[in-house]
Write a protein that binds this ligand. Structure first.
Ligand SMILES: NC(=O)c1ccc[n+]([C@@H]2O[C@H](COP(=O)([O-])OP(=O)(O)OC[C@H]3O[C@@H](n4cnc5c(N)ncnc54)[C@H](OP(=O)(O)O)[C@@H]3O)[C@@H](O)[C@H]2O)c1
Length: 341
């Protein structure tokens, strides 16, 4: 089969479109024919060798797969060839961990395409228990834009952020793949949403996704804007995928007792925490990584019901994976980029 393969870590050019062996399903596994595979910034970090270095080459990235069942292993019930399928964007890769709930607390839980081959290929092999029937009725490129960011958004916003109707929420990087999903989930839960962007072109997209206030942080301090918006109180929750560079201002924008959820670090891995402010202001700091199968299913149901939607900025042929990575790196993306084999 054709795949966008890594044979070394490095820049986008290390992604080579080439022939590799097509996977066969083992016991309890499905092979899914990939119709579309979304890209996440995680894939860029993986490609650079910035997440794990214990990867066996050749390697195939890609967590977000929509497709159809192509082959069924022994001991798999309920699936037929041709069924439309969505692969879980993360799952425990050690079968010994398969009964741990929530799945993202399992020691071997990881993003799909980390130590197993992902969906930047014509076929992917996955344990059947981590494949769901695609009941959204949506085109494959829209479905493939959602799994990882949807699982993340439900976990970060609803579960950890405790966002409910009437809450006020700040979402960082509102036009990022994960940010735009968080904006939508918060809005759908009945919250008032503020979000940051780094260019004027992104304002309309994030407004369309449901944000009431969109702040271009290059035109003014976002924490000041959020405090203005909340009559100097601060928001109930900050949902952050930027990390170090905005940490202090994120906490400045958060009300006393508010919840800070971080799940990303595009703006740096480290920050300074002032413990005096932490206890006086009673901020709840929470780290978020992906989510559970239940959260994923809940998000997919909302997608199928049209309560949230995919923002697909561009699609690229799988053979153009390097170009697609370059586009994401440019920071111009509004929403998601999807590869089509
Ligand atoms: N823990 C999890 O479960 C989880 C899940 C999903 C994503 N993530 C993490 O969340 C982060 C975003 O991922 P994504 O896939 O949503 O990214 P993405 O779609 O590529 O968007 C990233 C955006 O972040 C903004 N940004 C702000 N400061 C930046 C900087 N210094 N360098 C680059 N971009 C910067 C840029 O938008 P502006 O120019 O508009 O600011 C950029 O377009 C990554 O760290 C990713 O690993 C984690």
């Amino acid at each position: 089969m054709k795949a966008a393969c890594l044979r070394e870590f490095g820049g986008p050019n290390v992604l080579q479109y080439e022939d590799v062996a097509q996977p066969e399903p083992g016991r309890g596994e499905l092979v899914v024919k990939v119709a579309a595979c979304g890209i996440n910034r995680y894939d860029l970090y993986m490609r650079m060798g910035a997440v794990f270095t214990d990867i066996t080459f050749p390697h195939v990235l890609g967590a977000d797969v929509a497709g159809t069942v192509a082959a069924i292993g022994d001991d798999v019930a309920g699936w037929h060839e041709g069924d439309t399928a969505i692969v879980a964007p993360g799952y425990p890769i050690d079968p010994a961990d398969w009964d741990i709930k929530p799945e993202n607390h399992a020691p071997s839980f990881e993003v799909t395409g980390t130590h197993t081959w992902g969906g930047n290929a014509e076929y992917i092999r996955v344990p059947a228990r981590f494949v769901l029937k695609d009941e959204t009725g949506l085109p494959a490129e829209q479905v493939a834009a959602m799994p990882l960011v949807l699982m993340t958004a439900v976990h970060a916003v609803e579960t950890l952020g405790e966002v409910r109707a009437g809450a006020s929420v700040l979402v960082q990087a509102g036009a990022s793949g994960s940010g735009i999903a968080c904006v939508q989930v918060a809005k759908m839960l009945g919250a008032r949403v503020a979000a940051t962007v780094g260019s004027p072109e992104k304002v309309a997209t994030v407004t369309e996704a449901g944000a009431e206030l969109v702040i271009n942080y290059k035109e003014g301090n976002f924490a000041d804007a959020v405090l203005d918006w909340t009559n100097d109180v601060g928001v109930d929750a900050v949902i952050d995928n930027v990390g170090g560079s905005v940490f202090e201002d994120n906490l400045r924008a958060l009300r006393p007792g508010g919840v800070f959820v971080n799940f990303g670090l595009v703006g740096g891995m480290k920050a300074t925490l002032n413990f005096r402010d932490l206890f006086f202001r009673q901020h709840q700091l929470r780290g978020s990584f992906m989510g559970s199968m239940d959260e994923f299913k809940r998000g997919l149901a909302w997608l199928g019901e049209g309560k949230i939607r995919a923002f697909v900025d561009r699609t690229y042929a799988l053979s153009e994976a390097a170009e697609a990575h370059r586009y994401i790196d440019s920071r111009a993306v509004r929403g998601k980029v999807v590869l089509i084999p």
